[in-house]
Design a protein around this ligand. Structure first.
Ligand code: FAD
Length: 465
């Protein structure tokens, strides 16, 4: 152990290796406080070459390595095996290049998402990825989890914004393909294998990201809708009526809207009265402020006149816009009323959402008659979150039972148990519920080929490696 410690210090510098009591709690316990471990070492490299040297050493000694970025992951993926190395990317936080001609930016993995968004904006460019954890999540983490967020309905997930990638493989090899080309069909696209692999196949060190023109205008509204059928019609109507400018369509079931808006009062006035089965937060972005606002209002009038929308409020300032988003993003006080709770991140075809919601609710109530459950999410992408509580302490057996209730419903509608947060530790036991034996075998073969000693984030997906 002393040898390993000395060698790590020789690679990254004595002041960037932490052991024993010097290891800060933030490297031991995850954000959800559900997962914890005792790392052997915390190492904070400053370059890809240092990452490579650390990984080579881990490979040679068979020591587990877990990469860690902004620590906002919600599934326990960033908690290392006891005694392993936490490899924190936080010092690799330089924006290397903003190229307005190619509309790309090249960044290190430890850059905070919001910092990258702001650096793009300073050049009148736009990185569309956006999520509630923007102030802490880092580029390496959002690539490793293929994060989604609030604007997938228009611009896709992180995968759709990564053009070039640099990773360190399990044997320490640095694969650097920091290209700025959108098109490259020369052989297997290995980048897409790495994106979303949650630190199990390689460590992201740098990336080239695709930028878009900065939208000069945005219009935001919360609308009330009477039925799920009307929700789908509304979504499709806005997609075409807003000429492709619809950038967010966040759906909230009535009880979620009530819970969150109630808890945020009086700090945040409630945008629309209670009592509707559904509320949708709708946002459009464009490049022509005067025309865009008029078009948005016209479309809103149309959907109100046809009865698709029963009530609506449109933000008239940035402050009001933030007030509307608060119902969807400032969840802490509302969720506290469900504590202790379990949260889910599942996906399915949009048309299957009502069947899923009914089945999940029925499955849960069959097991726990006093259970409470509410749904919300990025419905424009078929992605739903669920918050489930039975009003008592969640023992491991109860957790499995509630997980099973939800995932049985996911399986019934042919959905996925992990829409955007990933598998990590919390979904590991259920990977096979929505993946076939053949798919799992393929994943095992990929893991064995790229990480034969199983040192990269081992134990996270036990069925794979
Ligand atoms: C308030 C809040 C809102 C959120 N909203 C969304 C949302 O809308 N959409 C969404 O998709 N997620 C959301 N998340 C989840 C989370 O923010 C994302 O999963 C994010 O992508 C994680 O980034 P991170 O830098 O915090 O990664 P971490 O938590 O540090 O790590 C996450 C995983 O990636 C691995 N990893 C980290 N860095 C690297 C690297 N450089 N190379 C290889 N592997 C690495 C880790 O080992 C771990 O398995 C939300 C979380 C919070 C707290």
């Amino acid at each position: 152990m002393q040898d390993l410690q000395d060698e790590l210090r020789a690679i990254v510098g004595a002041d960037q290796v932490f052991v024993g009591a010097d290891i800060d709690d933030r490297y031991k316990i995850d954000l959800t406080k559900k997962y914890a471990s005792q790392p052997g070492y915390v190492v904070r490299p400053a370059t890809a070459e240092q990452v490579s040297a650390v990984v080579k050493l881990a490979h040679a000694t068979g020591t587990p390595v877990t990469p860690l970025s902004g620590r906002t992951g919600l599934v326990g993926g960033g908690v290392v095996t006891d005694g392993g190395i936490v490899l924190s990317l936080e010092r690799m936080n330089r924006i290397l290049d903003v190229d307005i001609t190619s509309m790309t930016m090249t960044v290190e993995a430890g850059c905070i998402l919001q910092t990258v968004q702001e650096a793009a904006e300073a050049q009148n460019a736009f990185l569309p990825l956006d999520l509630g954890a923007r102030g802490s999540a880092m580029i390496g983490g959002v690539i490793a989890t293929n994060a989604g967020g609030n604007r997938v309905v228009r611009w896709g997930m992180m995968r759709d914004m990564v053009i070039g990638l640099e990773v360190v493989l399990a044997d320490g090899t640095i694969i650097s393909s920091l290209t700025k080309m959108l098109k490259d069909n020369a052989g297997y696209n290995w980048k897409h294998l790495l994106i979303g692999s949650e630190g199990t196949l390689g460590i992201v060190t740098r990336a080239v990201l695709r930028l878009r023109p900065f939208p000069a205008s945005s219009q935001t509204s919360i609308v009330a809708v009477n039925s799920f059928e009307d929700v789908i019609t509304l979504l499709r109507q806005l997609e075409s009526g807003l000429s492709g400018r619809l950038s967010s369509f966040e759906l909230m079931w009535g009880n979620f809207y009530q819970c969150i808006s109630e808890a945020n009062l009086p700090r945040r006035p409630r945008p629309l009265p209670l009592g509707s089965p559904f509320y949708a937060l709708v946002e459009a972005m464009g490049s022509n402020p005067a025309d865009d606002a008029a078009q948005f209002e016209r479309e809103m009038e149309k959907v109100m006149a046809s009865g698709l929308v029963t009530n609506a409020v449109i933000a008239t300032s940035e402050r009001e816009r933030q007030g509307l988003w608060a119902v969807r993003e400032e969840l802490e006080a509302g969720l506290a009323t469900y504590f202790p709770f379990l949260s889910y991140d599942v996906s399915m075809a949009l048309a299957e959402m009502p069947r899923f919601v009914d089945a999940a609710t029925a499955n849960l109530h069959r097991r726990y008659s006093n259970a409470r459950i509410m749904f919300y999410g990025h419905a424009g992408d078929g992605n739903l979150h669920a918050i489930a509580s039975i009003g008592e302490t969640l023992t491991p057996d109860i957790r499995i039972s509630i997980d099973s209730a939800i995932f049985e419903a996911v399986r019934e509608v042919g959905g996925s148990i992990a829409a955007e947060h990933g598998i990590g530790q919390s979904r590991a036991a259920f990977l096979s519920w929505t993946r076939s034996p053949e798919e799992l075998q393929l994943m095992r073969a990929i893991k064995a080929a790229l990480d034969p000693r199983n040192i990269l984030n081992p134990g996270k997906w036990p069925e794979i490696g």
